[in-house]
Design a binder for this molecule. Sequence first.
Ligand code: WTA
Length: 650
Amino acid sequence: MSDAAKLAAIPTLVNPPADFVAQANISGMEAYRALYQTAVNDPGAFWGGLAEKELDWFQRFEKALDWQAPFAKWFQGGKMNVSYNCVDRHTKTARKNKAAIIFEGEPGDQRIITYQELHRLVCRFASSLLHLDLKTGDRAIIYMPMIPEAAIAMLGCARLGIPHSVVFGGFSAEALKARIQDLEAKVVITADAGWRRGKEIRLKDAVDEAVKSCPSVESVIVYKRTGCDVVMQQGRDHWWHVLDETAREDVEAVPLDSEHPLYVLYTSGTTGKPKGILHTSAGYLLQATMTMKWVFDIKESDTYWCTADVGWVTGHSYVVYGPLSVGATTLMYEGAPDTPAFDRWWRIVDKYAVSIFYTSPTAIRALIRQGDHWPERHKLSTIRLLGSVGEPINPAAWEWFHRVIGHNNCPIVDTWWQTETGAILIAPMPGATPLKPGSGTLPMPGIQPQIVDNAGNPVDDGKEGYLILRTPWPSMLRTIWGDPERYKEQYWSKVPGAYFTGDAARRDKDGYFWVLGRVDDVMNVSGHRLSTMEIESALVRHPSVAEAAVVGKPHEITGQAVCCFVTLKKGIGDHEKLGVELRQWVAHEIGPFARPEEIRFSEALPKTRSGKIMRRLLREIVTSHTVVGDVTTLEDMNVITTLAAQHDED
Ligand code: WTA
């Protein structure tokens, strides 16, 4: 079949396979609708009932929700512990010898950790934290490869009520430093290095660089992963395995308030400074738990694999907290999908009989490019459910995922959510919802998204508008760490009284949601959020750069790519050399994953008469190579003419 024929053959509506419906947690649309309606009728009773049933409590809560907009408190009066819910409670059941984590390292090493063993490891690590004098309320930074110790560190912190912030291993020392400082972390948990494409990603070196200017850090814990040489500073740095020698195994989970901070995850916003998104305990865990059941249809016998890194929110909710809360087996793979060859992921699916596979459209597109012979070499028939997250999934990627990986009989759950929402808010229930490829379909129970215009009025079905939410949900962000004003301003002021997602969307006549992408200065590169302002601030810190404007440019594989327009200080000549240097500079300032695809030098940038850079026009240039939008506020039309002409010469 030609590509065009394949695309034309994608059905507009894909019903769930009958055998899937028959075994599903939520079976058939009637069941979905009934559940949804129960939540609409009485959200407090709905979530309260689930919280009681699905979570283990040390002390029962008194009230489901206390809503002083835009600040929510869920399950007040209750005492619980996330680590207890993810680990201890399963050791009291037949799950005690079930695999909690299946790990495969990039070099091929393998570990299978049962719930009982996980309990032991988490207790021992919590004991090490206590030994270093860490207390409930102190903060920890986790900067680790994708190894079980990353999850163990998270759960160890949660056990003691030490809020953690996981920093993706692809972030540079500079980015790490900013996060440690903002959180005023007392401990940094890291590894010597991790494996990626056969190379060592040296994490401890970056920590050394970062903590030079972080006076809050008293200790650094280092897990030995690759065995590379690292410098250990006496008194400050401790090997994980040495602390472990004297660790105890009877460290009880601390009973914590429902609203005790669980973690802060930094994400790009519309300014140069990343936002520390705060998630708390009970509400967050409840919604991660429910979506595991509703969206991933999780069963006792599943081997569940979400390919996200723990450094992103998907890794928090759907590699660690969600799967472990429901007592599932969660798979972690350390390395790159193409190491040693492009079938590494399919080899892993085959080897461990993975049944649920959750990944991103970017990864799918990159794998399509390598050809079908890679997946065809392996047995993928254990897969019963596929998932997608991070960006809208395009028809070609959907079709391939469905046919080549899912053998045309696995539902694909296209899950829409954000770092801020904590858990999936719009997605199909795979045994109920008929799919429309490219749509996240319908909202989860308890979630009532709306699409509105600039004035906050609902738009008609079929029309594009802003995606907003008017009512609180348990796993919503509580604030921006240390900056409640910014929280109000960023999320609750664009449409007064409503949570602004920053996404444009439309709803079709069947009530299905189609998320179209960001409407703010946030780019989505490979499903990773990057702020144009953050990259601009990095560029202007370079001594040769006078001004910079950054826009997302459409990209076949990564969705968007980073394109920078730069004006230089007077007398700086060699563009070619500087282009290479600036790309490297951004990788150094933020991290290799933020490295710009393109640097364009320009004599001037398009500005309004009041001096604001008109990124919208630059976006048009990189997208359609011309400017047709409104230019009446532009100060100097020549700038645009020159920039557009520059492209024609390329
Ligand atoms: C985008 C990732 C379309 C969206 C969990 C959102 C999506 C941003 C989807 C959040 C999807 C995520 N369809 N767009 N299924 N999932 N997005 O915070 O623009 O890294 O606002 O959270 O990714 O990215 P974040």
